[in-house]
Design a protein around this ligand. Structure first.
Ligand SMILES: [Zn+2]
Length: 182
């Protein structure tokens, strides 16, 4: 849908359209923004019964560079939204646990989990999505408990064990070498 700078109307029960107008300083008078992203914000807001703050929607090239966004960011096309809330963990965990549902209902294909909140996009042509997968996600500095983090810790303990193994192997060889001399 097209959003104008001067638009100020209630677009869903809890959101004014202006909350989805670009926050880039050089934003054009009007820009496109994907309506599913507005609907998903309303849905999350209702499910969590807590206010959701929209921090980024459509970005201009300059605005995107200023916030360190990727050059191929879906924000540049109005196909992504960043949201946060007072209880960030609650927001992050809800979205993480409902990715399939949010994909089915609102066609969300990209989920980014950050310390500041969540990124959602409808970039369903993404190169990251394999032929059988419907969405992809990434986790950056987020305090989420997921299998991948277990994977990291188990690989850490494996490395730790391997270093111990090398240490005892070294002692063994050293002893053999010494006895050999004697
Ligand atoms: Zn984003």
């Amino acid at each position: 849908m097209l959003i104008k700078r001067t638009d100020h109307y209630k677009v869903t029960n809890n959101f004014n359209i202006h909350e989805f107008y670009s926050k880039s300083l050089d934003a054009p008078f009007e820009h496109e923004f994907n309506g599913n992203l507005i609907d998903v914000c309303q849905y999350i807001r209702e499910q969590l019964s807590m206010p959701i703050v929209v921090t980024s929607t459509f970005r201009t090239v300059k605005g995107n560079a200023l916030v360190g966004g990727s050059k191929s960011s879906y924000h540049l096309k109005g196909l992504a939204v960043d949201i946060t809330a007072k209880d960030i963990n609650k927001l992050i965990n809800f979205v993480y646990e409902n990715m399939s549902l949010l994909n089915e209902r609102f066609s969300i294909c990209g989920f980014g989990f950050y310390r500041w909140g969540v990124h959602l996009d409808v970039g369903c042509d993404s190169v990251y999505i394999g032929p059988s997968d419907k969405f992809h996600f990434w986790i950056k500095n987020s305090q989420i408990n997921i299998d991948e983090q277990d994977g990291v810790s188990s690989s850490r303990s494996f490395k730790f064990g391997f270093v111990f193994f090398l240490f005892f192997l070294f002692l063994y060889i050293l002893r053999k070498f010494r006895y050999g001399k004697v």
